[in-house]
Design a binder for this molecule. Structure first.
Ligand code: AOF
Ligand code: ZN
Length: 351
């Protein structure tokens, strides 16, 4: 069990479970869960529901029916309690004020406004603080948040589908034996829509925008639509594409801003600037913590070459195309795979 006891691990697991209830809804804030334990029993629980609302610890403290027990309790929280006045007052102070003598923290908060100060405030007030229970799991839970704060760019997920012989599914108009074809089935497509609903931005290159005319929305799932991003350096994309429908906010990155009536917000790529840097810089500025890149091969390969990616999610189908556009090569470390109807989903991490 390492340096922490079974109890600590059990309650921290519960914190993570609670935090996950708000998956996709807390941006730009992290998902955080909290549990209050008295004499081996959970007497309060809470999690952060959305930015602007109370933090996990505040909900947990408010849920306790017998507040007099707090002075003999331990509060577990998956993230370091905050120390700053943001949209809400500092949780460290709330814990001190409630008189809770023990705090168990999953991982530190790398937000520059907090970054260890929450723990300092608690300890300075005489609270006993233990840090690092299920640290890796707690960081994993908020990998988008931590990447944005620590690397100053969004967390990057690359997604593609390839045939058994390694060709991409882009240009779905491409036909096999005279018929339009998909590598994956509707189940995989639904999973992709679920993924979209969890990320803040979604991106394709101009070749894919032109060939597939994707809407990049969440249709086969419920949840928010990500901000759409497309690179069109030379303004070659026609105004009638789905991306320019105006249905969802869309950013178009271009080397020359022209007035062509497209229903998008345009962002200039500076002379000599890699468009990927323009995109990542702009998304960072806009507090966007995650980006899913859905093709095409040039764009995906560019992210891989630049080593600017965190996850790759690759569906491999059963059919062979024989030729076409080769799927990108480097895939990092395989961490999981799942059978998905007629394809297998391989999940890679760049570690
Ligand atoms: C906690 N518990 O449940 C969360 C924390 O603008 P505010 O006031 O909501 O502050 C947001 C920051 O607070 C966020 O960037 C992160 O550093 C921390 N989130 N902290 O103690 C929580 N969600
Ligand atoms: Zn807080």
């Amino acid at each position: 069990m390492g340096k922490y006891g079974e109890e600590d691990i059990k309650y921290m697991c519960r914190c993570i479970d609670l935090a996950l209830r708000a998956e996709g809804n807390t941006y730009p804030n992290p998902m955080v869960g909290s549990v209050i334990v008295h004499d081996g029993k959970i007497i309060g629980e809470g999690y952060h529901l959305k930015a602007g609302g109370p933090h996990a610890e505040v909900h947990a403290i408010a849920s306790v029916k017998h507040p007099e027990l707090l002075k003999d309790s331990t509060i577990y929280v998956s993230l370091e309690p905050c120390s700053h006045f943001g949209k809400t007052p500092p949780c460290a102070q709330r814990i001190i004020q409630a008189g809770i003598p023990h705090v168990v923290v999953g991982c530190l908060d790398s937000n520059a406004k907090v970054s260890g100060r929450g723990i300092e405030q608690l300890r300075a007030a005489g609270v006993d603080v233990k840090v690092g229970v299920l640290e890796e799991e707690c960081r994993e839970l908020n990998r988008r948040f931590f990447t944005w704060h620590e690397k100053h760019r969004p967390y990057i997920i690359l997604k593609w589908a390839e045939t058994r012989d390694g060709f991409l599914d882009i240009n779905r108009q491409a036909t096999v034996g005279g018929r339009p074809t998909w590598i994956t089935s509707e189940y995989a497509r639904r999973a992709v829509h679920q993924w979209r609903s969890r990320e803040q931005a979604i991106m394709v290159g101009s070749n894919t925008a032109l060939a597939d005319n994707p809407g990049l929305q969440v249709r086969d799932w419920t949840g928010p639509n990500p901000l759409r991003v497309v690179i069109d350096r030379n303004n070659k994309l026609p105004g009638g594409l789905e991306l320019f429908s105006g249905k969802e906010p869309t950013l178009l990155f271009t080397s020359e801003i022209v007035d062509d009536g497209k229903n998008v917000e345009k962002v200039l790529i500076n002379d000599g600037e890699d468009p990927i840097d323009a995109v990542l810089g702009e998304l960072y500025k806009r507090n966007i913590q995650s980006l899913i890149v859905e093709g095409g091969s040039q764009l995906l390969s560019r992210f891989i070459e630049r080593n600017l990616w965190d996850e790759a999610r690759v569906f491999v189908g059963q059919m062979d195309f024989g030729d076409g556009i080769k799927a990108p090569a480097t895939k990092g470390q395989l961490i999981d795979f799942t059978h998905f109807d007629n394809s297998i989903l391989y999940m890679y991490r760049n570690i």
